[in-house]
Design a protein around this ligand. Structure first.
Ligand code: NAP
Length: 372
């Protein structure tokens, strides 16, 4: 074990994604703290971490309060937050990171939380020269990389992004889905955020499949929020899906039911009803991803006045990608600081070429670029 304070804290290390972040931090040979609410559970998780005998880590139990988290974060460099739903548990972690003066990254797929951080905390993180990078994960980082590759063309202004993965949603991911349902999903059209109709799916042709896949706005995604003030972009629509059609049909039916039973209630009662649904979900831990089964395909199209381009990124293991993007971003932030302070995506903090390079280093990746 090394001496001195370990620079990276993985908060939620006992979870499905948190443990993968730890695995990748070991690959980068960077010391880390495996933190969360239950030290015994985290230690048990770490005991089974592949290559644990050469991981430089310590286990720390910490409450989900600003004071406790700040004490843990002080003197370190980055927190990788994987404790969701983020709307429920995320804000104390952000506040503590700011007060302790460390970079904050998380795996949230919840646009409402994303927007809250954008509006409430960006200026303070910028003033402290720190990165605030929520959504550093599978569902957002590959399409962000592809969008930035397309923006380099210089003449593309209208974008559509689709993530179509084969994955088994985890316990906290399932809980997070309800947090998505309780907000309007929005897309950017002519520089204005407009609401999607709720409970509606869209058919998309995904490379690798003969049959169309069913995707969903998934609370709008974070890309319309990231690019709403971008000088080159005026329209951005984002969709996410799972290649398990039954799962997607179930999700859409669930949202329609949620609209009828919960969103029609007064605001206060909505929150109570939603917390009740989320608390009633029994904890579970899906098996570790199979590299040959759990594939991913991310598609981004960009068009302008004179045509456009489409980028398709085919790879594997969505949750593994999330752990890798977290660790890769944390390592680079520790070494070089952030390229841009305040509210950023991982691509803005550490560079999209670097993140694509790291994805290629760890997983098979095929990138196809075609003219439209
Ligand atoms: N955007 C993406 O592509 C993407 C990818 C991966 C994950 N995610 C998101 O990341 C989050 C975590 O996912 P996961 O797969 O790791 O889920 P998970 O396996 O259910 O893990 C959740 C973690 O949160 C901790 N936790 C739960 N309630 C807590 C509380 N009240 N106080 C402190 N810690 C608490 C759990 O600790 P215990 O073990 O003590 O219960 C566990 O460490 C989810 O919101 C998910 O949607 C997003």
């Amino acid at each position: 074990m090394g001496s001195g304070k370990k620079p990276v804290v993985v908060y939620g290390a006992s979870g499905y994604t948190g443990r993968i972040v730890c695995e990748f931090l070991r690959q980068y040979r960077i010391p880390f703290v495996a933190a969360g609410r239950n030290a015994e559970r985290i230690q048990e998780t770490m005991d089974h971490l592949p290559g644990v005998e050469t991981a430089d880590y310590e286990v720390v139990a910490v409450d989900n309060t600003v004071a406790a988290l700040k004490e843990l974060f002080t003197g370190r460099k980055v927190v990788c937050n994987t404790v969701g739903p983020f709307e429920r548990f995320g804000e104390p972690v952000v506040q503590a990171a700011l007060e302790a003066g460390i970079h904050y990254i998380d795996t949230t797929g919840e646009p409402a939380f994303f927007e809250l951080l954008q509006q409430k905390y960006s200026a303070d993180f910028a003033a402290a020269s720190l990165a605030l990078a929520p959504g550093t994960a599978y569902m957002y980082t590959p399409v962000d990389i592809a969008t930035r590759m397309l923006l380099e063309e210089g003449d593309l202004d209208t974008f559509e992004a689709v993530t179509a993965g084969t994955f088994v949603p985890t316990f906290a991911s399932t809980q997070s889905i309800y947090s998505l349902f309780s907000h309007d999903a929005r897309y950017l059209k002519d520089n204005e955020l407009l609401a999607w109709p709720p409970g509606k799916g869209f058919e998309v042709a995904v490379p690798g499949f003969a049959v169309n896949q069913l995707v969903h706005p998934w609370a709008g995604g974070n890309m319309p929020l990231v690019f709403r003030d971008h000088p080159q972009v005026h329209t951005y629509r984002q969709f996410s899906g799972n290649t398990d059609r039954e799962l997607m049909e179930g999700l859409i039916a669930l949202q329609q039911q949620f609209e009828a039973d919960v969103r029609s209630l007064p605001k206060e009662e909505q929150k109570v009803a939603m917390d009740k649904i989320v608390d009633e979900i029994e904890p579970f831990m899906p098996p570790r991803e199979y590299t040959l089964v759990h594939k991913s395909c991310d598609i981004v199209t960009g068009t302008g006045s004179a045509g456009g381009k489409k980028i398709v990124i085919q790879s594997t293991s969505p949750y593994t990608q999330s752990g890798m993007f977290q660790a890769a971003t944390a390592v680079k932030l520790c070494a070089d600081g952030t390229q841009k302070a305040g509210f950023v995506t991982a691509c803005e903090a550490v560079g999209h070429k670097y993140l694509m390079g790291q994805l290629k280093s760890f997983l098979p990746v095929k990138i196809t670029i075609t003219d439209l």
